[in-house]
Design a binder for this molecule. Sequence first.
Ligand SMILES: *[C@@H]1O[C@H](CO)[C@@H](O)[C@H](O)[C@H]1NC(C)=O
Ligand SMILES: *[C@@H]1O[C@H](CO)[C@@H](O)[C@H](O)[C@H]1NC(C)=O
Ligand SMILES: *[C@@H]1O[C@H](CO)[C@@H](O)[C@H](O)[C@H]1NC(C)=O
Ligand SMILES: *[C@@H]1O[C@H](CO)[C@@H](O)[C@H](O)[C@H]1NC(C)=O
Ligand SMILES: *[C@@H]1O[C@H](CO)[C@@H](O)[C@H](O)[C@H]1NC(C)=O
Ligand SMILES: *[C@@H]1O[C@H](CO)[C@@H](O)[C@H](O)[C@H]1NC(C)=O
Ligand SMILES: *[C@@H]1O[C@H](CO)[C@@H](O)[C@H](O)[C@H]1NC(C)=O
Ligand SMILES: *[C@@H]1O[C@H](CO)[C@@H](O)[C@H](O)[C@H]1NC(C)=O
Length: 560
Amino acid sequence: MKNRRSCCCFVVLFVAVLLTAVILLLLLWKPRCKGRNLYSQAAVAADSVECSEIGRNILLDGGSAVDGAIAALLCTSLINPQSMGIGGGAIFTIYDASEGRVTVINAREKAPQMLEPDPFTGCQKPGPQWIAVPGELRGYEEAHQKFGKLPWKSLFEPSIKLAESGFPLPKYLKKFLEHQILKPQIINSSLCSLFYNITGSPLDIVKYPQLAKTLKAIAKNGSDEFYSGKIGQDLIKDIQEEADKNSVRALTLEDLKLYKASVVEPLNISLGDYMMYTPPQPSRGAILSFILNILKGFNFSAKSMEESQRSQTYHRIIEALKFGNGQLSRMIGSKVQPRDISKLLSDQFAESTWQRIDDQVHPLQYYNTEPRAREKYATSHISVIDRNGNAVSVTSSINYLFGSRIISKSTGIILNNQLADFCSADRIFPDIKAVTGQQPPSSMSPSILISRDKKSMMVVGGAGGSMIVSAIAQIIMNKLWFGLSMTDAIEKGRVHVNSSNSVNFENRSDVKEAMTAMKQKGHNITEPSLVPSVIQGIFRDHGCIEAVSDTRKAGKSAGY
Ligand SMILES: *[C@@H]1O[C@H](CO)[C@@H](O)[C@H](O)[C@H]1NC(C)=O
Ligand SMILES: *[C@@H]1O[C@H](CO)[C@@H](O)[C@H](O)[C@H]1NC(C)=O
Ligand SMILES: *[C@@H]1O[C@H](CO)[C@@H](O)[C@H](O)[C@H]1NC(C)=O
Ligand SMILES: *[C@@H]1O[C@H](CO)[C@@H](O)[C@H](O)[C@H]1NC(C)=O
Ligand SMILES: *[C@@H]1O[C@H](CO)[C@@H](O)[C@H](O)[C@H]1NC(C)=O
Ligand SMILES: *[C@@H]1O[C@H](CO)[C@@H](O)[C@H](O)[C@H]1NC(C)=O
Ligand SMILES: *[C@@H]1O[C@H](CO)[C@@H](O)[C@H](O)[C@H]1NC(C)=O
Ligand SMILES: *[C@@H]1O[C@H](CO)[C@@H](O)[C@H](O)[C@H]1NC(C)=O
C-alpha cells in the first residue's frame, strides 16, 4: 500500500516535470524573430514596400541576394521613377558568403565621346546635353553573371506585370507631382502624359506600357538589347531628336556600345570588431571611411549619448564631418591619386586629424574646406541579405528628380542628367577632353560591415546627395557604438554639414536640444533641406535579421 502510494506520487511528479519541460521547450522554440522589421532568414530593404516584397519573393523562390536586389531595383524604377531607372547608373557592393569576399561593381554613367565644346556653361539648366551613358543594365548583367542563381528573365517578370497592369499612384511620388515648383516643370516636359491627365491632375493609376515592352525585350535578349539592339537604336533616335530640337550634342549608339561596367576591389577600414567595405572613387567611400576613422578615436559608447556627454559628442561628430568635407577635393577629378586615397584610409592621418578636434569652433580654413555646390538627390538605395548570408548594398540614381526630365517615347525610358555632376567639379575638369569617357564624382557609398567572426553584418546605404555620407556615418555609429537597434538608428534625427560649414539638424524633436547646444557653441545652424536623406539598412547578428527601410520615404522592408 505504502509502496504503491509513493510510486503513484513519483509518477505524478515525473509527469509534472515532463510537462514543465515540454512547456519550457515550446516557449523557447517560439520563433524569436517576430516583430517590426525582424526576420529570421533573409530580408530586403528597398525604399517602398512594393519593391521590398518583390525582392523578398525572389529570395523565397531560391534567388540569391543579387537576384533579389535586381528585381527590387527594376520595381523601384516604376514606384519611384523620380529616383532611379534603367536610364541611370548604379554602384553595387556585394558580399559573397561562400568565398568570404566583398566585390564592388561600378556601373555609374560615363560622359559620352562628343560633348558640347564648353560643356559647363548653363550648369543646372535642363536639356539632352546632360544625359550621360547609362550604366544600370550593364551593372545588373555583371552582378547577375557573377552571383545570380535564378534566370535573368525571372527577375524582370514582376516588374513587367506591374508596368503593364498599372498600380495606384504611390503617395511619395504624388507629393512630387503636386509640388508647387516641380509640377509646372514636369507638366511642361515629355513626362507629362505619363503622370497627369489632360486637365493637369496626377493620374490615380500609373502605367508604363512602353517601358513594359522594353523590359520584355531586355528580359528576353539580355542587356545587349539596350546597348546595341533595337531598344538601343530607338533610344538613341529619340535622344538625337531632342538634341536636334535644342541644337546641342548628345550621346550616340557608339557611346552605348562602348559602355562597360567595372569590377573593382572595395576599400576597407577596421572599426572595432568590424571591417567596413565601401566603394572607391567615383564613389565617396574614402571620405566615409576617413570620418569614421577619426571618430573611432573617441571610443564612443552608449554613454556618449547620455545627457551629460551628448553636446560634446555632437560637437565632435560635426567637427569630423567638417574635416571630411575638407578632403572632398582629393576625391574629385579624373586623376584621383592612389596615395591620396591611402592617406584617407590611414590610421595615422585619422589620428592627427582627431587631435585637431578640440572644444572650439574654427574658421573654414582650419578644416581645408572650400564651398562647393550641394549635390542633388534623386537616388535610391536597396540592402539585401539572403538565407546563405550573401549580401548586396546597391545605390542607383538618375541624378536630379526625374533626371533630365526627358523620356524616350519609343522605349519609355526616363533618362539621367548625370553630367550635371561634373558642374561642382568644373575647376578640376577644365576642358572636354578631360571629361570624355569619365564618370562624374558621386556621393553614393553603398557599404557592408562584417564582424571578425563573420557572424554579424551590417548592410547600409542611402540617398540624399551631399547628405549621404554623413547619414551613413551616423547610422553606423548609432548601431555599433551608441547601441541603438537598427530601427532606432535609422529613425533618429540626423545632422549634416555643408561645405560652408553650415550645420543643419533634421526638424525632429529628438535632436532639438542638441541643435540649441550647437548654436550656443558657435556653430552656424541653418534650415534643413526640403528633401531628407533616406537610408535603407539591415543588421544581422547571431540571432535575427533587422531590416529597415527609412520612414522618411515611407519605405518598408520585407523578409522571412
Ligand atoms: C517649357 O519648356 C520650354 C522648352 O523646354 C521652355 O522654353 C519654356 O520656358 C517652358 N515653360 C515653362 C512654363 O516652364
Ligand atoms: C483629371 O483628374 C481629376 C482628379 O482625379 C478629375 O477630377 C478630372 O475629371 C480628370 N479629368 C479628365 C479629363 O479625366
Ligand atoms: C531579340 O533579338 C533578336 C535578334 O536581334 C530580334 O530579332 C528579336 O526581335 C529580339 N527580341 C525582342 C523581344 O526584342
Ligand atoms: C583591405 O584592402 C587592402 C588593400 O586593397 C587589401 O590588401 C586587404 O587584403 C584588404 N583587407 C581585407 C580584410 O579585405
Ligand atoms: C580609447 O581606447 C583605447 C584602447 O582601449 C585607449 O588606448 C585610448 O586612450 C582611448 N581613447 C580615449 C580618447 O579615451
Ligand atoms: C550652406 O548652407 C548655407 C545655409 O543654407 C548656405 O547659405 C550656403 O550657401 C551653403 N553652402 C554651400 C556651399 O552650398
Ligand atoms: C518643424 O516641424 C514642425 C512640426 O512638424 C513644423 O510645425 C515646423 O514648421 C517645422 N519647421 C521647419 C523649419 O521646417
Ligand atoms: C558662419 O557664417 C558666417 C557667414 O557666412 C561666416 O563668416 C562664419 O565664419 C561662419 N562661422 C562658422 C563657425 O563657420
